[in-house]
Design a protein around this ligand. Sequence first.
Ligand code: UDP
Length: 449
Amino acid sequence: MEEKQERRKRIVLIPAPAQGHISPMMQLARALHLKGFSITVAQTKFNYLNPSKDLADFQFITIPESLPASDLKDLGPVWFLIKINKECEVSFKKCLGQFLAQQQEEIACVIYDEFMYFAEAAAKEFKLPKVIFSTENATAFACRSAMCKLYAKDGLAPLKEGCRSEEELVPELHPIRYKDLPTSAFAPVEASVEVFKNSCEKGTASSMIINTVRCLEISSLERLQQELKIPIYPVGPLHMVSSAPSTSLLEENESCIDWLDKQKPSSVIYISLGSFTLMETKEVLEMAFGLVSSNQYFLWAIRPGSIVGSELSNEELFSTIEIPDRGYIVKWAPQKQVLAHPAIRAFWSHCGWNSTLESMGEGIPMICRPFTTDQKVNARYVECVWRVGVHVEGELERGVVERAVRRLMVDQEGEEMKIRALSLKEKLRASVLPGGSSHKSLNDFIKTL
Ligand code: UDP
């Protein structure tokens, strides 16, 4: 039996309103709950979490705000974060004050997503211990911090697309190139820098929990430690730490598991680009042609609304292409179950950090097609540092798709990546078991509360 606290204490968590942030925060909440803490989740209407489902053990409170419900979609993630942080700074103080007035249990700490930095001021006002939670990795943090420094020194020039040679590396961030820095596809550099500056500021936080693993990025973690000068607890991959409550924002289509059950072991490539990546119609069609001509089996999750300017259903979209029985298309897949399925051999991914961890946690090599921000950093590391994938750059046309798929599914090179991916999987599994680095980190963090 692991050590549990003697007197029950409560932890308040503030997740950011995006699938890739909510899931790891709820996985962390579940892990802390299992250690004996009561959990309160403070959220705005943008988080959509349904307290009545698997999250019944948690208490939910609402942070009042008066932003239009369409803001997240209309503004895009960067401008939205700027706005919601301004909007909630005062209202969260009030909300937290009222909540504390009714509390019986001692509050052990407030854990807030690094992008919900408004929470720091409120927790400070009530003298509560503050903990930053990073759902990205330490290298992405280093890149965000480097971007802010470059911008402060030379303005936009070093960050503008095309002003550096294609392969120029950022000093001290090898193998990250200027073009891998986490600029956003949704907003100008100035806006990203405003968000990053705040998210890289520790303020009065006493520590940071980060959903990464020591063996994946030791030097970036050391760098982070030096920069923030507070204890850093790498506790990931969190989806392997606690069997997470279901926090899927879209309905998962389970029929793809039945389809996978009928396929041969290690014979299918899974394609998914996460919860907010966008594609042009032309790219989707090139992708479809390339997949079909690769002659491989594929399962493809195409999220509604993910194709720019197209309201077409998946059926209408593919009316001009005959998708063979080798292909299966859904709107949203139960991704962790898919990646754990023996039929899956490779993952075509946008390299969101959760998807990357989920893939590496199952020993699945990746084809990386990042779209925005930290996805570019992750793709670079998947290809050059962990060497469990290939990064597809440049225009996406059918020949490129076909070659990339065959490299992973058929060629010797893919076989070698698979071997490395399986070895990485074992390391990640070991890290969350007793004696492993993430297991120890979580316990060390809990001892501070
Ligand atoms: N996901 C899913 N089904 C899908 C596509 C994605 O369940 O069809 C989940 C995936 O397992 C991951 C999350 O959505 O946990 C996406 O997070 P990630 O950080 O990879 O990317 P983001 O959506 O933040 O870009």
